[in-house]
Design a protein around this ligand. Structure first.
Ligand code: 13P
Ligand code: ZN
Length: 271
């Protein structure tokens, strides 16, 4: 067996979590990430036929994920510490029958467990996989400008999306499906998990008002870039929202971007 700390998925996960921390998106234990892995890639580093280290109840059912493997951040763990002690702060689990249990194969070595947002992650994986079989990543974090925007901007999804599209030329290219928005809800619950997954069926970004954002994508880089782009747009909005707006990106220009980059804006979102 090869050393799991040298696995490309592990190296990339640690780099990404460190980068998220460095961007200021993950204060203290803020944020959580789950990366779906294939049995073949896990099997190079772990004995997937052996007995699990522990069996952890998930508290919900996720039949669509039986037998799937996830590298996931631990609850209460700090992203800034992951690079120094990955085996404490991360865990690799396999989802058991019905999705009601997760078998720990590696990590959480201090007796810890996966993120309290495991329901939102697993339910969102199911939702995204039903739309895009290549989806592998669910990422949650607390970027300051997107969060700030939810205090001063309408939470109407069309309006919220249009504002972000108008803030940077490339936004509509990166997230033509737009941004869905949930009102404030209690985090760490199955209810917010179900609501997030429902929103994930129509967009890869879901804002949790006064809390943070969820992103989905085929790999860590792409998902990071998705959130990075939305957060940049929100930053520009927060710099200009209190000033008279003399110029903007028009709907005609957004349509030019659609044509030039071969993307289709969310139906009904352009005038
Ligand atoms: P965890 O430490 O349980 O991952 O929670 C952090 C968080 O961001 C909750 O929404
Ligand atoms: Zn959070």
């Amino acid at each position: 067996m090869k050393d799991i700390l040298t696995a490309p998925f592990m190296v990339e996960m640690i780099r990404t979590l460190t980068n998220m921390y460095d961007h200021g998106w993950d204060e203290r234990n803020g944020g959580n990430v789950s990366l779906m892995l294939d049995e073949a890639e896990v099997g190079e580093y772990l004995d997937v036929g052996g007995a699990p280290l522990r069996d952890i109840p998930t508290g919900f059912a996720a039949p669509g994920l039986e037998g799937r493997y996830f590298l996931v951040t631990g609850t209460g763990k700090y992203f800034k510490n992951v690079r120094y002690a990955p085996e404490v702060n991360l865990g690799l689990v396999r989802i058991g029958a019905g999705g009601t249990r997760a078998q720990l194969l590696w990590g959480f070595s201090d007796g810890g467990s996966f993120t309290s947002e495991f329901p939102a992650h697993m339910m969102s994986h199911v939702a995204r996989l039903s739309i895009d079989p290549a989806n592998r990543v669910i990422m949650h974090c607390h970027p300051a400008n997107l969060l700030a925007m939810t205090y001063v901007h309408t939470l109407d999804e069309r309006e919220f999306t249009r504002t972000l599209w108008q803030m940077c030329t490339e936004c509509i290219v990166v997230f033509p499906d737009g941004v869905n928005v949930l009102p404030w809800m209690l985090c760490g619950t199955n209810e917010i998990g179900e609501a997030t997954a429902e929103k994930m069926k129509t967009a890869r970004l879901v804002v949790w008002s006064q809390h943070g954002i969820y992103g989905a994508g085929k790999d860590l880089d792409e998902t990071f870039g998705l959130i990075e782009t939305a957060e940049k747009a929100a930053e520009i909005y927060m710099k200009i929202a209190h000033l008279p707006r003399l110029n903007t990106i028009t709907d005609g220009q957004l349509r030019q971007l659609e044509a030039r980059f071969g993307v289709t804006a969310r139906e009904g979102y352009l005038d």
